[in-house]
Design a protein around this ligand. Structure first.
Ligand SMILES: NC(=O)c1ccc[n+]([C@@H]2O[C@H](COP(=O)([O-])OP(=O)(O)OC[C@H]3O[C@@H](n4cnc5c(N)ncnc54)[C@H](O)[C@@H]3O)[C@@H](O)[C@H]2O)c1
Length: 399
């Protein structure tokens, strides 16, 4: 008997990325209009945001008027688990959510990851909308459809790839974002421009340097209030920030649309991430104690995803230097440039773990295939290549 060859076309999905500064709440009305076109909305909103952001409180009022049930999300890495996803599914069941449900995620990468995953598995998959509220989520986490939760102390080990129907990028949401979380996103933005530059890497590095210099001047020298000063600095630089967010989102959306399931090109977006995930996993295990630098306030306790990415970028540059130049005594220009740019912007980038300490964790990397991991190596700004290496080879090169 001849096997029957059946092919089918999955339903095409499209994300809408809206970038624009909004000083007169027109973006809020626009988002409400977009959401109103869906009948059965169920919103998941980061708990912190409800307390800190007036924009989100206004959005919640709009959602309430649309009859949308809302649930608060605990946005911590400890809570980013299968248990939380199960609770979200139970809540959806309790609210009578059907296959035509549209989930709305309002929050940072933790919220969009958990809601995206829930949308991927609930009743074999429902639609979802992302409204990212951190810089990191606006330029990265909320775009591309990857979602996941932590499992057995490993990062994002369980997950799905399912594109959101809309990703609504609204930079004004960032004005309530704490500085540490902003800088975390800044690292992820620099990563994107390391992959595809177009002159944006230097522009972004200079912007973050200026913002941090202004902050240090006002807070450390003039004793001004930390959060108010930071919010003011973000508002002052909003035009440039919007431009850069748009450029970074565009790069990610372009790569994802050419390679949605990470067969080839999409791998390069993982620049620095094998190291970063190992750093985050080790930090979660040891309570982040290696990150305590009491004499240096620039190295606060624990590590955020973006800070781990910053450390991963420096390590990836070192690995690339060693891999391409072979002679480890050659100067490591790229590593020096990246770490200076990160340090000048107050983004912690010194990794407190040795490569040997990270080795076991790296072997569990999702990108490992046949014992080799696809390491993304930067040759220069805007020029990266993917190379399959075993963890042992990496340890040897970086010794
Ligand atoms: N799916 C992907 O492709 C992808 C890519 C990169 C990162 N991630 C994941 O994203 C997560 C990190 O995301 P993140 O850094 O966006 O942060 P997050 O969701 O952890 O948020 C950071 C903190 O900021 C608060 N917050 C969020 N928005 C705020 C706002 N506008 N104002 C005030 N406070 C606000 C949150 O409550 C939280 O305390 C990690 O778990 C990482 O694994 C996923």
């Amino acid at each position: 008997m001849k096997p029957q060859d059946i092919t089918y076309q999955p339903e095409p999905v499209k994300s809408i990325v809206i970038v624009g500064k909004d000083r007169n709440s027109s973006a809020g009305n626009y988002l409400a209009g977009l959401l109103a076109s869906y009948k059965h909305l169920y919103a998941f909103i980061d708990k912190q945001l409800m307390m800190k952001s007036r924009i989100v409180r206004d959005l919640a009022v709009d959602l309430q008027e649309m009859g949308c049930p809302m649930r608060a999300v605990e946005a911590t890495e400890e809570a980013k688990t299968m248990d939380s996803v199960m609770e979200m599914c139970s809540w959806l069941m309790e609210k009578g959510a059907d296959r035509d449900a549209v989930l709305v995620a309002v929050g940072g990468g933790i919220t969009t990851d958990m809601v995206g995953f829930t949308a991927g598995i609930y009743k074999r998959g429902v639609r979802y909308v992302n409204v990212p509220s951190t810089l990191l989520a606006q330029v990265d986490a909320a775009l591309g459809g990857k979602s996941g939760v932590n499992f057995e102390k490993y990062k994002n080990i369980l997950g799905v790839i399912r594109q959101p129907v809309i990703t609504f990028i609204w930079p004004s949401l960032l004005t309530s974002l704490p500085r540490r979380d902003f800088l975390s996103g800044a690292a992820e933005m620099l990563k994107t421009f390391m992959i595809e530059d177009g002159g944006n890497y230097r522009k972004a590095a200079d912007l973050f340097f200026d913002m941090s210099s202004e902050y240090n001047m006002e807070v450390l020298m003039n004793g001004k209030d930390e959060s108010k000063t930071w919010a003011g600095i973000m508002k002052k630089h909003m035009d440039t920030l919007c431009e850069l967010i748009g450029a970074a989102a565009d790069i990610k959306a372009g790569v994802v649309s050419r390679d949605p399931f990470e067969k080839e090109e999409r791998r390069k977006l993982n620049l620095g991430h094998t190291f970063a995930h190992a750093i985050e996993t080790l930090a979660q295990r040891d309570g982040g104690e290696r990150f305590q630098h009491p004499e240096d306030p620039r190295q606060p306790q624990g590590v955020t995803h973006g800070e781990a990415v910053a450390m991963g970028l420096v390590l990836a540059a070192r690995l690339a230097d060693r891999y391409f130049r072979k002679d480890k005594n050659d100067p490591t220009e790229l590593e020096g440039m990246i770490s200076n740019d990160l340090w000048d912007s107050d983004i912690p980038c010194y990794c407190p773990y040795t490569v040997e300490e990270m080795a076991e964790t790296m072997k569990k990397d999702k990108k490992a295939e046949g014992g080799k991991i696809h390491f993304v190596l930067p040759k220069s700004v805007g020029d990266v290549v993917t190379v399959g290496l075993t963890v042992e080879e990496v340890c040897r090169l970086m010794a």
